[in-house]
Design a protein around this ligand. Structure first.
Ligand code: NDP
Length: 247
């Protein structure tokens, strides 16, 4: 093992260790924001600054690193860029949270998280192994389909939530489509996306990102779900948290 392998294993261990803690706390942004955590930053720009490290680091390390790259590695670069062009350049300017702020400490932690994910994934392809495998292997094709399905679900769900905010004042109960089954289809889509990416890449850094995403978003979905139930007395009883029919 070299320094990079140690780093990636450590990066995988962190979310697994903190998962039980994340299930017990509320990360304070969005509906769970609190003002007692020091300086605050505008919500739109916070999203931009905390996600931009991932948009830059992965492609820069992957493309400009010395390894020879195969088609599947270019597909991975394209999938990553598709997700982060939306998350950095489109999503922050679509959300309708005028005047809302987020604790700076959350933005800085999230920026570090994105920097690390972008770095370990990009460094692996650019400096360790640029040969990701056969594009037409059944697992690669399944991974691409799963990623794109997750991306579409994540975007439709985010768009529906953004539209909901536009239609009324403040928070409302989202209804219809996947909201019939789960409280947070946007998180469900994002979890699926990075599982798909890990299936295409079949390397440890991609696995680390899929684990991180689940460990970040499953507790946040649980918090959203209990928040909905507390905030709206008529919240649908049979709706699950984030995994349709399961949890
Ligand atoms: P949320 O679902 O909390 O919010 C998404 C947007 O919709 C926000 O602007 C929110 O406003 C608004 N909104 C949500 N629910 C309602 C409602 N019921 N009524 C009216 N407006 C609503 O998602 P997050 O902000 O936590 O995350 C945004 C995106 O980032 C998601 O796609 C998520 O998957 C992704 N993400 C990925 C992570 C990862 O580890 N890969 C980690 C965190 C997020 P407000 O902010 O005011 O609540």
């Amino acid at each position: 093992m070299n320094w990079f392998d140690y780093l990636v294993w450590a990066w995988i261990a962190i979310p697994i260790i903190i998962f039980p803690i994340l299930l017990k706390i509320r990360v304070p942004y969005g509906r769970h924001t609190t003002s007692g955590l020091g300086p605050m930053i505008d919500n739109h720009w916070s999203w931009f600054w905390m996600e931009v490290p991932a948009l830059l680091t992965f492609p820069l390390f992957a493309i400009f690193g010395p390894t020879e790259k195969d088609v599947l590695s270019w597909v991975l670069i394209a999938l990553w860029s598709l997700h982060y062009i939306n998350r950095v350049l489109i999503f922050p300017f679509r959300i309708r949270t005028k005047g809302k702020k987020m604790p700076l400490i959350i933005s800085v932690s999230a920026a570090f998280f994105n920097l690390m994910n972008g770095f370990v994934n990009g460094y692996y392809i650019g400096f360790v192994n640029g040969l990701s495998g056969d594009l037409f292997h059944i697992i690669s094709l399944m991974g691409i389909i799963i990623f794109i399905t997750g991306f579409i679900i994540n975007n439709i769900a985010d768009s529906k939530l953004i539209t909901l905010r536009k239609q009324g004042n403040g928070y409302q109960i989202p209804r219809g489509w996947l909201f019939k089954y789960i409280s947070c289809p946007n998180f469900f889509g994002e979890i699926i996306e990075w599982i798909g990416f890990a299936l295409v890449a079949r390397n440890l850094p991609a696995l680390s990102f899929a684990i991180w995403t689940f460990c970040n978003l499953a507790p946040r979905a649980k918090n959203h779900h209990s928040w909905y139930k507390k905030y709206f007395s008529g919240y649908p009883e049979d709706r699950k948290i984030v995994l349709p029919y399961l949890w």
